[in-house]
Design a protein around this ligand. Structure first.
Ligand code: SF4
Length: 367
């Protein structure tokens, strides 16, 4: 049978896997849970290694299905422990994912160090934010559920093979390449798969999906309760938002904020507003006043992320003093503002940077 007819099992949410295994392949229903665990918990992609399945079932699976994870095209480890992967997908496209060590001090009962992983959801991005390398790549295509979660499986295998301490991936943020709400069906399937009790059993409280503010999909995502929401604000007024995030600004800021006011939140849950601090652009006293007005109406906290400079942009990172001054001014207005350290600056860890470098090198070679 030709390779193109193989069914990719890591693209199937549990109910679809069940239909394929039971109805199409005629295998017993209890085999579905076993196969699910081999794929998601044991991270095994070779059917021959699925030793609790009968030989005949393993042979049938090899004939009709495949489990293909992305391959690692490049990996860079920063002095601060941040690890960035350039992954190659089956069709030769590339995406990035980043592992970030937890800042939280290890507690005595913690068996292993903890990591946060940043996941991509699209190859390239259509949103064209002016500060972002991915935005300059343009949109190529949506990632499938298997490709989104393949990032987690590749990182788990890498940590298992390379780090004697075997750190665990504790938190996931959908904040890499692409706009998650523009690939909503695959993103929601990936969240359900991550949280499946017979699989990785991730708590929704450990997953955040970050959007630049897409009207279509926000309500459906909020009602699903599958993850926390973070919104990339980056500008406290429509004019500046139009300059920094021209496509996101098609949905007027006023309307985005009104949607966030009625966004369904659980008790004690707050929306995270991401704010990339770009020196001289969005950290001025008038911006503090505008942010105060915005935050007064929302159950939200503000994450301040110092801009991580990327080539070919007119922007500059704030100095530590500028950042502190901005943070203090926000606190003085009663805003909960927390500075998130920018990590991996020595390994091109800003979103899309490694991919852009890879493409430029490939172009040079082809020239
Ligand atoms: S910041 Fe996010 S939404 Fe904007 S272009 Fe980059 S990847 Fe897309």
């Amino acid at each position: 049978m030709s390779d193109t007819k193989l069914v990719e099992l890591c693209d199937l949410p549990y109910p679809e896997l069940e239909r394929f295994i039971v109805e199409k392949l005629g295998m017993k229903r209890f085999r579905v849970g076993q196969i699910w665990q081999w794929i998601w918990v044991r991270n095994v992609s070779d059917f021959a290694a699925m030793t609790d399945l009968p030989q005949a079932d393993r042979a049938l699976l090899s004939e009709r299905a495949s489990i293909r994870w992305p391959s690692i095209a490049d990996v860079r480890v920063s002095g601060d422990g941040t690890t960035k992967f350039l992954l190659e997908l089956a069709d030769g496209e590339h995406v990035e994912t980043v592992l970030i060590p937890s800042d939280a001090p290890r507690r005595p009962h913690d068996a292993a160090a903890r990591m946060t992983q940043c996941l991509s959801t699209q190859v390239g991005c259509a949103m064209a934010c002016s500060f972002c390398s991915t935005g300059r790549l343009g949109f190529r295509r949506n990632m499938t559920m298997g490709e989104i979660l393949g990032q987690v499986q590749v990182a788990r295998a890498y940590l298992h093979d390379t780090q004697p301490e075997r750190p665990i991936i504790r938190n996931l943020v959908y904040m890499g390449m692409g706009e998650p709400l523009l690939n909503l069906a695959n993103v929601m399937d990936s969240l359900r798969t991550l949280q499946h009790p017979r699989g990785l059993a991730f708590s929704p409280r450990r997953i955040t999906v970050s959007t630049c503010g897409i009207e279509k999909g926000m309500k459906e995502f909020g009602e699903s309760g599958l993850a926390f929401l973070a919104v990339s604000l980056h500008a406290p007024n429509q004019r500046l938002r139009g300059q920094l995030m021209p496509r996101a600004a098609h949905w007027p800021l006023e309307e985005l904020l009104a949607a966030l006011e009625s966004y369904p939140l659980k008790t004690r849950e707050r929306i995270t507003l991401e704010y990339l601090v770009i020196a001289g652009v969005n950290n001025q006293p008038e911006h503090v006043r505008e942010l105060a007005r915005i935050c007064a109406h929302l159950k939200a906290k503000l994450n301040l992320i110092p801009y991580n400079p990327t080539p070919d942009t007119p922007y500059r990172a704030p100095t530590p003093e500028e950042l502190l001054c901005f943070e203090k001014a926000l606190w003085a207005k009663g805003i909960t503002a927390i500075v998130r350290k920018s990590k991996g600056q020595d390994i091109e860890a800003a979103c899309g940077q490694l991919c852009a470098t890879h493409e430029a090198q490939a172009e040079q070679k082809g020239a």
